[in-house]
Design a protein around this ligand. Sequence first.
Ligand SMILES: *Cc1c(COP(=O)(O)O)cnc(C)c1O
Length: 380
Amino acid sequence: MYKKLVDFIQELYQTKEFLPLHEPRFIGNEKKYVNETIDSTFVSSVGKYVTQFEEMVAEFSGAKYAVATSNGTSALHIGLKIVGVDKNCEVITQPLTFIATANAISYCNAKPIFVDVDRDTLGLSPSKLKEFLEEFAVMDENGNCLNKSTNKIIKACVPMHTFGHPCKIDEIVEICDSYNIAVIEDAAESLGSYYKGKHTGVFGRVGIFSFNGNKIITTGGGGMLVTDDEELAKKAKHITTTAKIPHPYEYIHDEIGYNYRLTNLAAALGVAQMENLQLFVDKQRNLAQKYNDFFEDTHLEFIKEPKNSKSNYWLNAVILKDKEERDAFLKYTNDNGVMTRCIWRLMNKLDMFKDAQTGNLNNAEWLEDRVINISSSVIV
Ligand SMILES: *Cc1c(COP(=O)(O)O)cnc(C)c1O
């Protein structure tokens, strides 16, 4: 069966060479636009491509405002900061995520709380979230949500759309609204994915995308913060650009800011990649269909887009019987030139977060032992 899969993947990608998990594709105007920025000398954080890239992502996602950042992690950091997350706060997120989600919470000196994911979405579970809040949350006289067990404010919640598959974001937002908890959507992996017809990343107060080299489109490194809130957008732009007060020649900064602006050089790449985003999503959905057909005749479960959603299928994934089979699968495929990877170690098991509060994590623990990612580069 493993041999059949390796043959199938090599046939899909028409190669016997080593196959990485997810390679970028540059089939459009990338070189043209990048060369243009070099010729213009505007390679740094000022230039027309940064604004154009922001406008394109805002339009594609349906967000009112978009602010380009140096990477997805910095967008998350700023997203948390502008809704007021600081050292007195706690932030709920899922244990099954890429480290950036938990790191960004730590950059604000806040503490993460890990609440379980759903088995069908791989994203934060609204029912487990509700359960956790019903047990631990109490509202104080200022309308803050306090954690009874720590007396800290639960200020924000960061659900993540794992591998591009949308989580039940509308239910999560509704629960968080009732506790005055701001939702920061980690949509790093889900550009091009929709939930109930609406693009991921625009359900919460703030959403973020990543354009790292392995994402569905890339700027080398880059990120974007999106929001419908004009004040938040202004604040994000201000503190990602060193909090400088506009002035023709004086340097005046009115708070501690960050050098998190995306460069024009990277944005030029981004604009060219955005021109092909829809094509890439269509191709990924087509590839997923092929995998789905292949796995139907096997005992492995191919992870399909959840109900009510249209996924970008950024990273294809399968569920194996148990950890033993997972390890055998990883070994065979990687030994035979097809790169595969297991899912992330749960955040609460990492040294930095081992003391974090968690809910019951049955689903995350079950998935951690069984989920494998398989070749997912766009086939052009
Ligand atoms: C990629 C990613 C990020 C952001 O990563 P950067 O490399 O900083 O752009 C954040 N969260 C998740 C879940 C991701 O997959």
